[in-house]
Design a protein around this ligand. Sequence first.
Ligand code: FSO
Ligand code: SF4
Length: 550
Amino acid sequence: MFCFQCQETAGNKGCSVVGVCGKKPTTSNLQDLLIYTAKGISILRENLSLESRLENKELNSEIDYYITNSLFITITNANFDDEMISKEILKGLEIRDKVKTQLDNFGLDIKRLKNHDATTFTVKTIEDMNKKALTIGVLSTENEDVRSLREVITYGLKGMAAYYEHSVNLGYEKSEIVMFIEKALVSTLDDSIELGGLVGLTLETGKFGVDVMALLDSANTGKFGNPEITEVNIGVRNNPGILISGHDLNDIVQLLEQTEGTGVDVYTHSEMLPAHYYPELKKYKHLAGNYGNAWWKQKEEFETFNGPVVFTTNCIVPPKAGASYEGKVFTTNATGFPGWKRVEEKDGKKDFSEVIALAKTCKAPTEIETGKIIGGFAHNQVFALADKVVDAVKSGAIRRFYVMAGCDGRMKSRDYYTEFAANLPKDTVILTAGCAKYKYNKLNLGDIGGIPRVLDAGQCNDSYSLALIALKLKEVFQLNDINELPIAYNIAWYEQKAVIVLLALLHLGVKNIHLGPTIPAFLSGNVLKVLIDNFNIGTISTVEEDLKNF
Ligand code: FSO
Ligand code: SF4
């Protein structure tokens, strides 16, 4: 195995023995081969125009879903289940045949990489797959800079695919996004594309990153209304509960529907917290609160929750041996863990009946904290407060905004973000999205004339809202450049969704982003230099230094 896609990669170089995340070498290899399978399908499929794809809508959706779901499965902490991943590889080979037939039917030829191994290889057993994987992994690209750009693009595509899948689950499709994913996947195998071309493709990935986040924003707000200011209880009630984690709002709405009137409460964990902000979700009286913190605290927090847990997406942390919650965790969508149960669809609906039945036999959650946190500051809500915000900026009551979006993680060095937030001057406001917020959303940083000093827009994909807010401020203050705004960017990254958010911000022209707690291991020296020269990307130092320099 070799994997360096996340912030916690071993020695900030790469995991080569076992993943810091707990990913076994076989799992890592199978994930590499799954991506390679998707690339093989893409080589064939990029020759099909949108019109020809849409001649068979059902097949089109099936293959679009396959491509995006395969990428999603390989995101950090999404799937640890070798059996499930190997089945997906075999399914991919079947899909590859279907696309070949489509090309034949349309009399189309293959423009790029005809007869490439990715379009012809076959495997049957997990052993075959492991063997094959060792020849096509990250290190099979020898040139360090080419490898770096190919991987930046691939990781951006993984994040894009995740957001696309959530949109599709809510009925919002846009095949143009999948067509771009395919084009980019093929390009990562195409030796005729040199560094300049790959840099261009990296920036184009950012453009489609904006598109996919916009699509997901319309899906979420179209289905559940615009997020509004909401106080979320962080204590517990006396009923048994189900804890739901991850980003998929289509799952939580179905769980809320199916638990209504059963005496079982629903609590959110980590990235599911923003579900509370949506009118069509918060209306459920048994949506009881948010339990715990960011993903990496789950090993302790699931112990005290007492009831079942549902993972709709990453981040899964492999449990300790003998964990009391073993047997109570369910996965769905792209997530998987060996031995854990699945929530599958029945008659077009997710079937949570087993989870609910199990919850009824469990004790109510043990309280680990009390109080409330406030959020719901996505674009629509902030625009509604625009006059107040603009006045506060004009009067000098708000001197600066700090975008502190992104992810949380296990590393001790991330305490930096708590300290940074706590020590910001009182006339500054933090704009946040993603699980990074757990580093400071319980600090009670107060408000400025009624505007809370931490404005939580939602999940990591809601960084899109933060971009819209910045663009709105630019318009109100009649500036020519988004970088003239009094906004500083201090972004924490962990996995590949943060990569697509970053590329999207670069596409929107945002400069001077500080990325931490470390610079990605997958950026080679030269690629990093391109980012510094063109976007002035930097990292973090000490809180003191950074408070002075930002
Ligand atoms: Fe966090 Fe995990 Fe949303 Fe990520 S729960 S780390 S960037 O999955 O996706 O912010
Ligand atoms: Fe290592 Fe991160 Fe890859 Fe896991 S996802 S194997 S921790 S680099």
